[in-house]
Design a protein around this ligand. Structure first.
Ligand SMILES: Cc1cc2nc3c(=O)[nH]c(=O)nc-3n(C[C@H](O)[C@H](O)[C@H](O)COP(=O)(O)OP(=O)(O)OC[C@H]3O[C@@H](n4cnc5c(N)ncnc54)[C@H](O)[C@@H]3O)c2cc1C
Length: 291
């Protein structure tokens, strides 16, 4: 962590106190949650860090079939939470336990992972697919949908002094299914691409569907035309192939030194198809067969 000008680290105990320090233009203070992103983006000019570690934002609560997760909750707590495992077909749990290594998961927080997305970040893709809400507190409070929150880079979007305080996951009805897949070269590597799908079924008919691709660009993308192909239709292999083909064509792909655009489109096609075969067609797809 290169913080050559760092003079002070404050440890506020309330959200109001943290907001007050962060709002003070003269102090130029920056919020510190897990602190992991400072490995990648050193803040050479920062004079003060405001640790969020003592704020009462480390919690996972069940509410009306949904979940409320405080922004400073470490990813490791999602992995050990029964409430998270039982929510949303286990999609959030599956995502959490595949983030980085154990050491990373102990440090990385839910809020930090969402506010500073990188091309490999996991949570944003799933938070968008689950139609979660983001609670923001500053001088005023505001509630945003994940869809609004990820229209641009969250750090540019947050005003001075504003903090993400909570992620609200809506109830997950019984007829809904969800799955998350990511492609990495090794178990703990940064993902090249990931896909989250949440859909409602009655029998084989897909009543509602949301398909989100992460890692093609820094921000997660919904693939609306692929969703449209599936919505209100009877699930079949032909339909699934068509939707995954369209998803692969439709996504925007940013330059990534790790692989070609064509490779990412191939990954997108394979991941979307694999998930849909599993949760719409009830096929048991062994991992080796995905590619
Ligand atoms: C080796 C390694 C492997 C990794 N692997 C993965 C992976 O597989 N998947 C993945 O998703 N991530 C992975 N990460 C983590 C990811 O790259 C980010 O560094 C991490 O998510 C940042 O979270 P944090 O809690 O440490 O946030 P911080 O670094 O503390 O903060 C990030 C930014 O957000 C701001 N901020 C933090 N919390 C709030 C808040 N509540 N409100 C407003 N602003 C806030 C901070 O001021 C800062 O600008 C990995 C990191 C490393 C080092």
């Amino acid at each position: 962590m290169r913080l050559a000008k760092l003079q002070r680290v404050s440890y506020p105990e309330t959200v109001a106190e943290a907001i007050q320090i962060l709002s003070d233009k003269k102090r130029g203070a920056v919020a510190l949650s897990g602190g992991v992103s400072f490995v990648f983006s050193p803040l050479q000019s920062v004079e003060e860090l405001v640790s969020l570690s003592r704020l009462p934002l480390n919690y996972i609560k069940r509410k009306n079939g949904g979940l409320r997760i405080g922004a400073t909750t470490p990813i490791a707590d999602l992995v050990t939470s029964r409430a998270v495992k039982n929510y949303g077909d286990g999609i959030l749990w599956e995502t959490a336990h595949r983030i980085g290594s154990t050491l990373n998961r102990n440090l990385i927080t839910v809020g930090g992972n969402l506010v500073q997305p990188f091309i490999w970040s996991d949570l944003s893709t799933v938070v968008l697919a689950l139609r979660a809400g983001i609670k923001i507190q500053g001088k005023k409070s505001r509630d945003l949908s994940a869809e609004e929150f990820f229209t641009r880079l969250p750090r540019q979007f947050l005003k001075r002094g504003e903090l993400v305080t909570e992620i609200v996951f809506p109830p997950f009805p019984k007829n809904y299914r969800a799955a998350y897949e990511k492609f990495t070269l090794t178990e703990n590597d940064f993902a090249l691409l990931k896909v989250a799908v949440v859909l409602a079924r009655s029998g084989r008919v897909c009543r509602d569907v949301i398909i989100v691709v992460g890692g093609a660009t820094i921000l997660p993308q919904r693939v609306l035309s692929a969703e449209e192909i599936l919505r209100k239709k009877i699930g079949s292999q032909i339909l699934v192939n068509e939707a995954s083909e369209v998803a692969a064509e439709e996504i925007k792909v940013s330059r990534d030194i790790r692989c070609s655009e064509e490779y990412k489109r191939d990954l997108c096609r394979a991941l979307v198809r694999g998930i849909l075969e599993r949760i719409l067609l009830d096929q048991k797809v062994p991992e080796w067969k995905l590619f």
